[in-house]
Design a protein around this ligand. Structure first.
Ligand code: MN
Length: 309
C-alpha cells in the first residue's frame, strides 16, 4: 500500500466495493528509458493530491465521490506475463458498488499499461454478454506499430494496435484524437485498417473539437455503442502545458480543450474506465505543472461522471 492516499480516499483491497477504483501501474519497462520515468507517477500524483482544493471547477465536492485508492498493482518488470495477469485479475476482481460496476481509474506507467486494463474489461464484458464498448484515446502518437523494431508486440508504441486487435473492439470501436507524431509504417497500417484517428491540427479550436466529438458520438451511437473507455496520454496536451512527459510534441490541445472534450463525452456516453499515462515526474517543471494538470484531469473527469448520473 502506498503512503499517500489519493484525495484522502480510504485505502481499499480488492474486496472493497467502490464507484471510482483508483490504482497505479508503476510500469514503464515497455518504453525507452532514456525518456523519463512514468513509473514514478502513481506515487508522485498521490503525494501531490494533497496540494489541490477539494472541489471540482463546477463545484462538486471531491471528498464526496465514492472512490477508493487500491494502491499499485504489483509490477514485476522482468516478468511481463505475470504483471499482465496481476492487472487482469485486479480489474476483473473489482466488486459492484450500490449496484453499479466500479469504474477503474488507472494511473500509469507508460501507455502500454492501458492495454491489459482494457483487455480485462473487454473480456469481462464478453463473459457477461454485454454489448461491446468503444475506446477513445487522446494521444500525440498513433501507437499503431504491430511490432516495435520488428520484434516487440507489447510496447508503448504498439498499444493502439493491440487494443484494435481485441475481437470486440477492432478499429470500428476505436478513435485516436490529437495525433501529430507518426511514422510512415504505422500510418500506412492505420490507413489500411481504417483506423479512425483525428490529427491535432483538426482540433485547434473548440468549435472544431466539438464538431469532431459530435461526429464520433454519432458514429458510435449508430454502432450501438453506449459505453466507452477513455485513455489519456498526457502528451495529447501541448508541450507548453504538459512538459513532463517523455515524448513531448508541439501543437497539442490545451487543458481547457481537453476538459471540455471530457465533459462532452461524459454527457453522451457511460464511462466504464479511464486512465492517465506517460506523466514523467523527473522531466516535469519545478512547479510540477504536468503532474498537477494530470491530477486535475482525473478529478474533473470524476466530477463529470458524477454529474452525468
Ligand atoms: Mn503519446
Amino acid at each position: 500500500m502506498n503512503p499517500f492516499s489519493f484525495y484522502d480516499a480510504p485505502a481499499g483491497d480488492a474486496q472493497t466495493p467502490t464507484r471510482f477504483a483508483i490504482f497505479g501501474i508503476p510500469w514503464d519497462a515497455n518504453s525507452t528509458h532514456s525518456h523519463g520515468c512514468p513509473r514514478a507517477a502513481p506515487y508522485k500524483l498521490r503525494e501531490l493530491s494533497t496540494f489541490l482544493g477539494r472541489a471540482t471547477e463546477t463545484g462538486k465536492d471531491i471528498s464526496s465521490f465514492p472512490m477508493h485508492d487500491f494502491g499499485d498493482i504489483q509490477v514485476l518488470a522482468s516478468l511481463p506475463d505475470k504483471t499482465r495477469e496481476n492487472i487482469h485479475q485486479f480489474v476483473q476482481g473489482m466488486l459492484p458498488w450500490d449496484n453499479c460496476n466500479p469504474i477503474p481509474f488507472m494511473i500509469g506507467g507508460d501507455h502500454y499499461c492501458s492495454y491489459p486494463v482494457i483487455k480485462a474489461l473487454h473480456d469481462l464484458f464478453e463473459q457477461q454478454n454485454k454489448p461491446p464498448f468503444g475506446v477513445i484515446i487522446f494521444d500525440a502518437h498513433l501507437d499503431y506499430y504491430d511490432k516495435w523494431l520488428d520484434k516487440e508486440s507489447d510496447f508503448h508504441c504498439t498499444v493502439t494496435k493491440r487494443v484494435s486487435d481485441l475481437s470486440r473492439i477492432t478499429p470500428e470501436r476505436l478513435v485516436v484524437l490529437g495525433v501529430r507524431d507518426m511514422d510512415m509504417p504505422e500510418l500506412e497500417m492505420a490507413k489500411s485498417d481504417r483506423l479512425h484517428y483525428i490529427p491535432a491540427y483538426k482540433l485547434q479550436s473548440m468549435e472544431q473539437i466539438t464538431q469532431v466529438l459530435q461526429d464520433t458520438v454519432e458514429t458510435f451511437h449508430n454502432r450501438g455503442i453506449r459505453d466507452i473507455y477513455i485513455s489519456i496520454d498526457i502528451d495529447v496536451l501541448d508541450g507548453a502545458q504538459a512538459p513532463g512527459t517523455g515524448y513531448t510534441i508541439p501543437g497539442g490541445m490545451t487543458y481547457r480543450q481537453l476538459w471540455n472534450a471530457l465533459q462532452l463525452l461524459t454527457k453522451e456516453f457511460n464511462i466504464i474506465g479511464a486512465d492517465l499515462v506517460e506523466v514523467a515526474p523527473d522531466l516535469d517543471l519545478p512547479s510540477k505543472l504536468t503532474q498537477i494538470t494530470a491530477l486535475k484531469i482525473l478529478t474533473e473527469l470524476m466530477g463529470f461522471i458524477t454529474e452525468s448520473k
